[in-house]
Design a protein around this ligand. Structure first.
Ligand code: SF4
Length: 480
């Protein structure tokens, strides 16, 4: 279908999105909402599907809060909702297929109830080819907006309710939003954004184009949010950013991430986690802070991506495998018992058999507790998507299979150390498979399934480990 581009639309422009010009990002406080917009959702419901990472989960908490500020209430299922939003992730190609599958499935809801507003937002619509596909092939989508303009959602909904097709995707460096309404998903575990966007431009990654330049929130606002969550009874918070270790580098006279982490620990909240770390910015001071505070969980996600120096150079990662190993070993020495997980890409353009073997060598040395492994997925508009790639898909799949077999085996061996140990678990609730078994996470970020009496969501429970697996631990509650 040929689309007629309307003057009122703002379409994504990835070239523009990759530019870095501004030195400072404006902070926008509160929600832009009129009295009329506060009532547009009265008697109506919304449903949000969230794809991708914790940053998207946090964004969906704000989207829910904004829709509720307009009077909407949450629907249990998309089929009964008046507004359906899909908050998308752009990291891999198969994510876009999943989103388009869901968009396709909503055609029947639109046919049954043509007043339903079906919207797609988030990272993926910041990609030119994806938004074009939405416009060409999915005419029942009437609302498309990107990662930079959540606070305008009430106006977009109002326009869509008046029959307008709304396309508002801005390719800009971005703002910092404070004091937006929110509907948090958890009552005991909270996500706290400390920064937005990224300036690292790893050659395979779409994030700097979809989420704009690195913008750190003021430390006071972050610490106030943590204290508020603590007062509300939250026991664990995760400090979120695309590269938390670079926190504060874009602010004048700001504390760095080690300082922020220490101040967060000093609030006394029971558990502090952080996500994600780039090895390049991981400082000695950070390791020192992690080792000194018991409420900072001994659990670090440290993306390796490749164990081959030439591939790391082509990825634009700015560390060598030796530097990664050095950091890894320092963390393991100074934070005893620290679990370390990683991300690895196989089949990056130019990855030879020998280069892949170098990755396996690092995995053998590190014995990661967990690994998220992927076949390279070219993202249009990134430098890596333009690199020559001669490796056959079959070879990439074989490499992924070998890598997974290796890290799985090593993780299982590694996890034997937990047998007979008592770990502390923050309880999420009954397990999905068996209501007599409870599930939660240990300090080390290990999923733990356990039995016992008098257990409730949000409890911190001592659990003796009786059985270990590659991805989880089993046990029983200790004491009363
Ligand atoms: S640091 Fe992370 S988010 Fe930033 S460009 Fe690299 S991979 Fe993407």
């Amino acid at each position: 279908m040929t689309i007629r581009i309307r003057d009122t639309w703002h379409l994504p422009d990835q070239k523009q999105a990759g530019r870095r010009i501004e030195k400072h990002s404006p902070t926008i406080r509160g929600l832009n909402i009129t009295e009329k917009q506060r009532a547009i959702g009265a008697g109506k419901t919304y449903f949000i599907s969230t794809y991708g990472c914790q940053a998207n989960e946090r964004d969906s908490e704000n989207l829910s809060g904004i829709l509720e500020a307009c009077g909407f209430t949450a629907a249990a299922d998309a089929s009964e909702a008046d507004v359906i939003l899909m908050n998308t992730c752009g990291i891999r190609e198969n994510a876009s297929n999943n989103v388009l599958g869901e968009v396709g499935s909503h055609k029947k809801h639109f046919k049954a109830r043509p007043d339903t507003i079906i919207g797609v937002c988030g990272c993926m619509v910041q990609e030119e080819h994806f938004t074009r596909t939405l416009l060409e092939k999915y005419p029942w989508v009437h609302l498309i907006f990107g990662t930079h303009n959540f606070a305008e959602l009430p106006a977009y909904i109002e326009r869509a309710m008046n029959g307008e097709k709304v396309v508002e995707v801005y390719s800009r460096e971005g703002e910092i939003y404070e004091e937006l309404p929110e509907h948090r998903q958890g009552r005991y575990k909270g996500l706290v954004n400390i920064m937005y966007g990224c300036d690292k431009f790893c050659t395979y990654c779409i994030v700097p184009y979809t989420r704009g330049r690195q913008r750190s929130r003021e430390a006071d606002a972050i610490l106030d949010e943590v204290r508020t969550l603590k007062k509300l009874g939250y026991r664990e918070i995760t400090l979120l950013g695309q590269n938390v270790n670079a926190y504060g580098k874009d602010l004048e006279d700001a504390m760095d991430f080690a300082g922020l982490l220490e101040e967060t620990a000093k609030t006394g909240i029971e558990r502090v986690r952080f996500m994600t770390s780039h090895p390049w910015d991981f400082t000695e001071e950070m390791i020192d802070v992690i080792s000194r505070y018991d409420n900072i969980m001994p659990c670090i996600h440290l993306p390796l991506q490749s164990g081959d120096d030439e591939i790391l150079r082509r990825m634009g990662r700015r560390y060598t495998s030796a530097e990664y190993m050095n950091l890894f070993n320092t963390i393991r020495e100074r934070v005893p018992g620290c679990s370390i997980s990683t991300d690895i890409i196989v089949g990056f353009p130019g990855e030879s058999d020998e280069a892949f073997e170098h990755t396996l060598d690092v995995v053998r040395e590190c014995r990661f507790d967990n690994a998220f492994t992927f076949i390279f997925s070219p993202r249009p508009g990134t430098p890596a998507a333009r690199m020559e790639d001669e490796t056959e898909e079959k070879t990439k799949k074989e490499r992924l299979f070998r890598l997974n077999a290796l890290w799985n085996q090593l993780a299982l061996e590694n996890h034997q150390k937990y047998l007979g140990q008592t770990v502390q678990v923050l309880v999420d609730g009954p397990s999905k498979k068996n209501p007599n078994v409870f599930a939660g996470y240990s300090q080390h970020g290990m999923p733990v399934n356990f039995t016992g009496e008098n257990i409730h969501e949000g409890d911190l429970v001592d659990v003796e480990i009786t059985d270990v697996h590659t991805f989880s631990l089993n046990g029983r509650k200790v004491g009363e």
